[in-house]
Design a protein around this ligand. Structure first.
Ligand SMILES: Cc1cc2nc3c(=O)[nH]c(=O)nc-3n(C[C@H](O)[C@H](O)[C@H](O)COP(=O)(O)OP(=O)(O)OC[C@H]3O[C@@H](n4cnc5c(N)ncnc54)[C@H](O)[C@@H]3O)c2cc1C
Length: 499
């Protein structure tokens, strides 16, 4: 479990084969696969687990139709196989979902090119799950969709998840296999001497710091990777933002791909944890990486404009938005100043001075990325890496110690007493925002941000985390400020200029 928070002094007394820096899906995957191979592995995360990009993605476990259209068959094939594996191994956490791609007269791609692409897509996944949906059926399923020139839609399937829960699930499995993980532990300098890397780490909770050492360090810090990698800058941080909106105002039961009228970019509109999610944008992220990423007012305008052109009768406004969420994609830059949406999305692994850096890639392919990084670090030989890639063994063991809702999170009532209590006790909750923004999404999904739950949360945190009243108040204020700043609904730039 992740509940018992180890002290740095204890960790310094142990011997490590591998230290992983970064507690997003990449680091969690590396920790899990290293522990599975029997390595003594420690993961360090500077904030909360999944605080970075891995709680802020579009939640899709998918091959990526876009990648196949760009001719990236290998990335699509690998992603689809991993998708099928996750659907098999964590059925309540990764779920098959119907996707609809509306088709309009005279607009590329039409029915036949899409049928061809989806035929290949399904073939690579080893399934057959696509068909044409006529205009009448489409409008029955999505009555508010703009019907101008609409000829129907292509229907196919991919999968949705809760990205943060997937990270936590990987960390729990990794710790069950003997790995350790510590959040709020920031790595400073890395120093290589005599075949050993010294890792300076500061524990924000205990307020102490130590130097740990290991023969191998894997830098899995995503968008931050250049900081610890040394050498030339390779990561291009691209921000993508989403809106969570009131499902009564924009009800959808399938995942729709709709084109933005301004730039013809595809944007998804999909049902997620009981609300409707819209996203994403895709632009260079100029803000400092250490401040929490947040959607800009212009991005909110862009996404509302999309909805109001594709669903003209809905008239969606800021008042319908429950919360926003922005993430920074670690994209390995082509160096050609490409349009952000045209940059490739696969991962890269490179080494320098005993530090193996892994960045880029996708949530979906975390297992393959982890195996690649471990092979580059010399912790998996080529034959074992090949065998592990092809292995059909289950990724996760059934979780007998936890309430069923932990493994079937997409169907869970997130305010369920047993679920909340288990999470607080076993999932390394340090701050209230860990619980309300990541372990659960109550803070994003509820218009009141969880205010109605205060008495129960207060009791739970007092009983299991020993929070006295003053600490609760401090945590609640911290959470409210954070929610407003980074997950709130910023005003339109035109309103700001007029004020
Ligand atoms: C808008 C958006 C939508 C996306 N949608 C999808 C999707 O639908 N499907 C999909 O498969 N992929 C998607 N992706 C991509 C996917 O989310 C990322 O590839 C993935 O989450 C990256 O994980 P990571 O672990 O590499 O990085 P992160 O999750 O960012 O983890 C890196 C961690 O390192 C920590 N760290 C940094 N410096 C230090 C330090 N010095 N010491 C300790 N810790 C440190 C950070 O705090 C951070 O938590 C999307 C990405 C974005 C931005």
């Amino acid at each position: 479990m992740l509940g018992e928070r180890p002290r740095l002094a204890q960790l310094a007394e142990q011997e490590w084969d591998l230290i992983v820096v970064g507690g997003g899906i990449t680091g969690a995957g590396v920790m899990l696969e290293a522990a599975r191979q029997g390595h003594r592995v420690l993961l360090l995360e500077q904030r909360d687990f999944a605080w970075g990009t891995s709680s802020r993605s579009s939640k899709m476990v998918h091959g990526g139709l876009r990648y196949i259209a760009q001719g990236d068959v290998r990335l699509t094939r690998d992603s689809l196989r991993e998708r099928e594996r996750l659907l098999r191994d964590v059925p309540g956490l990764v779920e098959r979902t119907t996707y609809l791609f509306p088709l309009r007269k005279g607009v590329f791609p039409g029915r036949w090119p899409m049928t061809l692409v989806l035929g290949v897509y399904d073939f690579l996944a080893g399934i057959r799950d696509h068909r044409f949906v006529g205009r009448a059926e489409l409008l029955r399923r999505v009555p508010a969709l703009n019907d101008q020139g609409l000829t129907g839609a292509m229907s196919y399937t991919d999968a949705l998840t809760d990205d943060c829960r997937l990270v936590i699930r990987a960390l729990l499995e990794g710790s069950r296999l003997g790995g350790q993980a510590l959040n709020y532990a920031k790595v400073g300098q890395l120093h290589r001497e005599g075949g050993i890397t010294q890792v300076q780490v500061a524990d924000e909770v205990a307020g102490d710091s130590v130097t740990l050492s290991a023969p191998v360090v894997i830098n899995a810090t995503g968008a931050w990777a250049d900081v610890l990698a040394g050498g030339d800058k390779r990561v291009r941080p691209l921000r993508g933002s989403h809106l969570f909106v009131d499902p009564e105002r924009l009800p959808v039961s399938d995942c729709l791909t709709v084109m933005h009228p301004r730039d013809d970019r595809p944007v998804f509109v999909f049902p997620w944890e009981g609300v409707t999610c819209i996203g994403t944008t895709d632009l260079d992220h100029g803000d400092h990486l250490d401040s929490e990423a947040r959607a800009s007012g212009a991005e909110v305008d862009y996404l509302l404009e999309l909805i109001n052109s594709q669903f003209p009768s809905v008239s969606l406004s800021r008042a319908d938005v429950l919360s926003t969420m922005a993430g920074v994609r670690p994209v390995i830059a082509s160096g050609h100043g490409k349009d952000p949406s045209k940059e490739r999305r696969d991962h890269a692994v490179w080494s320098r001075d005993g530090v193996v850096t892994v960045s880029g890639g996708k949530l979906t392919t975390f297992r393959l990325i982890a195996l690649h990084a471990l092979a580059a670090a010399g912790l998996l030989d080529a034959r074992d890496a090949r065998r592990a890639r092809r292995s059909n063994a289950p990724l996760f063991q059934p979780f007998s110690e936890a309430p069923e809702a932990v493994d079937h999170f997409l169907h869970a009532a997130q305010d369920d007493e047993a679920l909340l209590s288990w999470i607080v006790r076993n999932e390394a909750v340090v701050h209230l925002d860990d619980l309300l923004l990541r372990r659960t999404r109550l803070g994003l999904l509820r218009r009141d941000g969880g205010a109605s739950l205060v008495p129960r949360l207060r009791e739970l945190t007092a009983a299991h985390l020993g929070w006295p009243s003053a600490l609760w108040e401090q945590e609640w204020q911290r959470y409210l400020a954070l929610r407003e700043h980074a997950y709130g609904v910023p005003p339109s730039p035109s309103d700001v200029a007029a004020a």
